[in-house]
Structure formats: C-alpha cells, structure tokens
Design a protein around this ligand. Structure first.
Ligand SMILES: [Zn+2]
Length: 368
C-alpha cells in the first residue's frame, strides 16, 4: 500500500515539477547514472518530503530556492565558527545572514546556531554564550552545534586542548536541554586523521586539502578516543539533552561502536553527513541490519554547502547528484559506483526510509 502511495505521489510530482515523463528508469539501470536515472531517484526522494539535517548555506539564491521547492526539501542550516575561514570567523554576521535565509526560505530552511568557543577563556564565556543562543532560540533556532575545534584546536590559558566535557560548557548544555533544543556535535574526525596516509579512505582528500586537521604523529595531541569520551560524558551527565552526533558520531568505521552508544545513551542519535561513502563500502547486509535495528536513531544529512562565492548551477548539480546517489543506495537495490567499486543499494523498507529521511529529524530536532 505504501509502495502504491509512493508510486502515485511520484506520478503526481512528475507532472507538477516537470521532470521528463520518460524518466521511469528500470530497476536494473546501469551505473554510472544517466540523467533519467537521476531524475527518477530525485522524484522518489522528493515524494518522501525529505529533511537534510546537515548543510551549510551562506547565501540566498532563487535557483537554489526553486530546487528546495521542487524536491519538497527542508534543510537544517548549521553554523560553525572557524577562525581559519573569513566567512566563518565571526558569529553575529553568520547568525544575521542565517536568520535572513530562514525568513526568505518559505519554510524550507531552519537554523542550527552555535556559540563562540574561541572566547572560552573569557570570564563571561558562559553568560555570553547562553545569552547568544537564547536570543537565537527566540528567533527560531532549533539546535546548537559544537565543532571539532573543541578537542582539536582551542587551548585553555594553561595551554591544554579544551574538551567538550569541560565544566565551563555544562551550563550551556543545561540551557539547551531546558529549552528543549538539540545539541549537534561534530567532535573528533575520521580515524584516518590520526592514522597513516590512506588514499583509499573516503576522507583522505580532505586532509590533503586541509592539513591542519591531519594530526597523525603530533606529539601530545589528544587521542580520538579521549575526545569522544568527553562527548560521552556530556551524554551521561545530561540525560535530558538530545544529542545528534554528526558524521556517524565520528565512529565511521565501526557500526558496533555506534550500536553500543545507542544502547548506552537513549539521548543519542547520529546523522550520516559526509560519511555515506563509509557505509557504502561496508558489507551491505551489515549496514542494512544496522539501519533496520536502529531505524529510530539515524538522521539523514549530507554536509552539502552553498558557499558565498559558489557557482550556483554547478553547486545545484552537485546537491542533486548527492541526493540521487544517497536515495539509490538506501532506497533501491540498484548498483552504484563508489570510489571505483560497484556497490548495491540496501533497498530499505518504506517505513524505515520515512524515518531516516524525515520523521527522525522532526522527533530528534523538534521545531524542524
Ligand atoms: Zn558540516
């Protein structure tokens, strides 16, 4: 019945958004995708009214807005402070731009705000941060992000890397919980950041472009384990705080470890942002079992961005091909090519897809 509903929804959608009517790709469509194959995946994706809980959008654009409307897509736009990038260096201009984006997005864009961790050593750090996020909540922000600069970059006045379970952060977590909002945590990095160079790792190219985050062989640098343990302390200390560990909770190579966290911390969920390829390269039966068993704890996210200087048409193509690829992997049994390898889609049940692509986001991040 659900399948039939989807077929009808697709047919209606196909008419209303003008995808070519010859786009009914057969299930056995060969990879790499031909255009009609991608259109067919996007039509099915749109029919579920998807929510992408992890994007970084820096500008309004009519073509971008049109894409959101065509795909029935809602985004959670995540702010991050990064002192190495001019457009992420200062917080308030980012908040102002992001709120303008929410207002112009006609219900398609929500805001995940952040606070300034670089002012950690200030005496008024807690008070300032809480004031900031409460003001953003009042204007509609639905979540708060903390980022890998906590644990991997910022040091306290005695020269130690600050960790996410530092008591100075605790009043902020309590404030987020008391407002019923969600904490999104990107703490630590993929294993390869601490390991030997590995061209086969899906994240390796990132470290070639961003060597500041490649920390192997740095004496005295915090271990990945110590950074994630600090994250786990937040979960244990704040059972009423909902946390989404983004990027598969930085446990991208170990589904058992993620499962242990789900069992231990009922307030913990993950998003898939920028780590889908790790899932695609694992044995598909294991990934399928994991998605079915933990169908209430996984939120769909991509980490796609629209940067201030982006070429919009190229960026939109990138967004659409990512959505089509991810849909094919999770929702169909089709073959797709990932890093030169042929992988098969998980063909997850409709009820599970509905949760991953939509309802989990609403449940874990109320206000979306
Ligand atoms: Zn991100």
């Amino acid at each position: 019945m659900a399948g039939l509903t989807r077929t009808i929804a697709q047919a209606v959608l196909g008419l209303s958004i003008g995808f070519s009517s010859t786009a009914q790709a057969p299930v056995s469509a060969p990879a790499p995708a031909n255009p009609s194959d991608e259109e067919s995946a996007l039509r099915a994706f749109a029919a579920i009214h998807p929510i992408d809980v992890h994007v970084h959008v820096f500008k309004t654009d009519p073509a971008f807005q049109r894409m959101l409307e065509q795909l029935n897509l809602k985004l959670l736009n995540i702010l991050v402070m990064d002192d190495t990038l001019s457009y992420r260096k200062r917080l308030q201009p980012q908040v102002d731009d992001a709120l303008a984006l929410v207002r112009s997005g006609r219900g398609h864009i929500a805001l995940c705000t952040t606070f300034d961790p670089y002012s950690f050593s200030s005496d008024s750090f807690d008070a300032d941060s809480i004031k900031q996020i409460n003001r953003d909540f009042a204007q509609g922000a639905v979540a708060v992000k903390i980022w890998k600069n906590i644990g991997m970059e910022i040091k306290d006045s005695s020269g130690r890397y600050i960790m996410a379970d530092d008591p100075k952060f605790e009043p902020i977590y309590k404030d987020i919980a008391s407002h019923g909002k969600t904490l999104m945590t990107h703490l630590a990095e993929p294993d390869v950041a601490w390991g030997p160079p590995d061209a086969a790792d899906p994240s390796w190219s990132y470290y070639q472009e961003n060597p500041q985050w490649y920390v192997a062989n740095r004496p005295g640098f915090p271990s990945k384990q110590s950074i994630l343990q600090a994250r786990d302390h937040i979960l244990a200390n704040n059972p009423r705080l909902r946390m989404v560990g983004v990027h598969l909770g930085s446990m991208e190579r170990n589904l058992d470890n993620i499962a242990d966290h789900f069992e231990k911390y009922p307030n913990f969920a993950i998003d898939t942002a920028a780590r889908m390829e790790y899932l695609m390269l694992m044995p598909p039966e294991n990934v399928r079992d994991f998605f079915i068993k933990y169908q209430d704890r996984i939120l769909y996210g991509t980490d796609l961005d629209l940067l201030p200087d982006a070429n919009v048409p190229d960026t939109l193509k990138d967004w659409q091909s990512t959505y089509a690829r991810d849909w094919k992997f999770l929702a169909t049994g089709e073959a797709l090519s990932v890093g030169g390898k042929q992988v098969h889609g998980l063909n997850l049940p409709e009820s599970v897809l509905q949760k991953i692509f939509r309802s989990n986001a609403i449940r874990w991040i109320p206000g979306l």
